[in-house]
Write a protein that binds this ligand. Structure first.
Ligand code: KG4
Length: 340
């Protein structure tokens, strides 16, 4: 039974995973409303909020804590002061209860998160069900990262493509800020875009060459800024749905075209989508179409496992590191945060 702790950014979370049953319980405390006042995450404030939230979550988790045989914790990447809070709690629990501790890479956990639902369907048959889906192309799209990653039959990860500048979520959030929408703006752009004409404002598609798998989202934000400089406040208000539709379309089409190109370069048996931006329904539908055109199944992380969460950390500690962890566990005192 794995008790996992996540505190890499602005969510404090705990989860208990039982390999025989799946995720038994998940708790999350979000700081988003607090950071919204500042237009982004303030690391110092976030770490202090973890300091008060994590013990409260833990007191609610006392019966799960008794069942835990291993502690898993996000060791990076993330905001250093925030990661330190989770790692300190993990080390304390590990020492106090004499349990092994496993540090989990947050991005690896995103890669594995679409497989949580595969495990939930039939825990005993998970190894065979997953083997039938490998090699797998994972599309990880979050506020801080945009990656296409190959997960091969030996569970080795290879980064196939990545953004050279902003992440897709960052493009949504920075675009939303320019449009006067609150942080984090991705979901709000999606809402506005649903009533808009995606052809009225065509925005650039980063690196359009198909043979080049690199992605770029920073020029898009600059193009939006230049467009907005030509518009009055009233025009902006009237054109908001069309601007959002065009902007979102440019982000989605770049992801769709690079995913298609990556799938055509190497043999895959499935495609996965995870990270906060995977909440976007238009993106899900577009990437499902890209996979379907190649006859591949598409696994999408459940909404509660798209953003930061401890469920995916607990699951990855088992599904990726390969618990039971005697070999993988490190002495509590040697686990530090890293910034991979
Ligand atoms: O995974 P996550 O918590 O980010 C990191 O920790 O890096 O995801 C947060 C990101 C934000 O950029 C947010 O705007 C975006 O996910 N997001 C969305 C949607 N929901 C969340 N972006 C586009 N459409 C959405 N519906």
């Amino acid at each position: 039974m794995i008790l996992a702790i996540e505190s890499s950014c602005d969510e404090s979370a705990l989860a208990l995973f039982d390999p025989a049953r799946g995720l038994v319980r998940e708790l999350i405390s979000s700081q988003a409303a607090e950071h919204e006042k500042y237009g982004g995450v303030v690391p110092e404030l976030a770490s202090r909020m973890h300091l008060s939230a994590l013990p409260l979550l833990l007191s609610d988790f006392s019966s799960e804590l008794k069942q835990a045989t291993t502690i898993a914790v996000t060791r990076g990447p993330g905001l250093l002061p925030c990661l330190s809070m989770g790692v300190t709690l993990a080390r304390s629990l590990s020492v106090a209860r004499g349990l092994p501790i496993v540090g989990v890479n947050h991005l690896r956990a995103h890669v594995h998160s679409p497989f949580i639902a595969v495990h939930a369907q039939e825990p005993a048959g998970f190894a065979a069900a997953r083997a039938a889906l490998l090699p797998h192309l994972a599309i990880v799209v979050s506020g801080g990262n945009t990656l296409l990653v190959k997960l091969d039959e030996q569970l080795r990860l290879t980064v196939v493509a990545r953004t050279v500048d902003d992440a897709a979520g960052e493009a949504f959030d920075k675009g939303a800020k320019l449009l006067g929408l609150p942080y984090p703006g991705g979901a709000l752009i999606e809402k506005q875009a649903s009533a808009g004409d995606l052809k009225k404002y065509p925005f650039p598609r980063g690196i359009p060459e198909k043979a080049d798998l690199r992605m770029s989202f920073s020029g898009l934000k600059t193009a939006l800024r230049y467009q907005l400089e030509k518009m009055s406040d009233d025009q902006l208000a009237a054109e908001m749905p069309d601007l959002c539709a065009g902007y979102q379309h440019a982000i989605i089409e770049q992801l769709a075209s690079k995913t298609g190109a990556a799938l055509d370069l190497s043999a895959y048996k499935s495609v996965g989508l995870s990270g906060g931006v995977a909440n976007n329904r238009t993106l899900r539908a577009r990437l499902a179409q890209v996979a379907q055109q190649r006859g591949l199944p598409m696994l999408v992380a459940e909404p509660k496992h798209c953003g930061d969460n401890a469920g995916m950390i607990a699951f990855a500690a088992w599904a990726d590191v390969g618990l039971p962890v005697d070999a993988a566990a490190v002495p509590a005192a040697s686990l530090t945060v890293d910034q991979v």
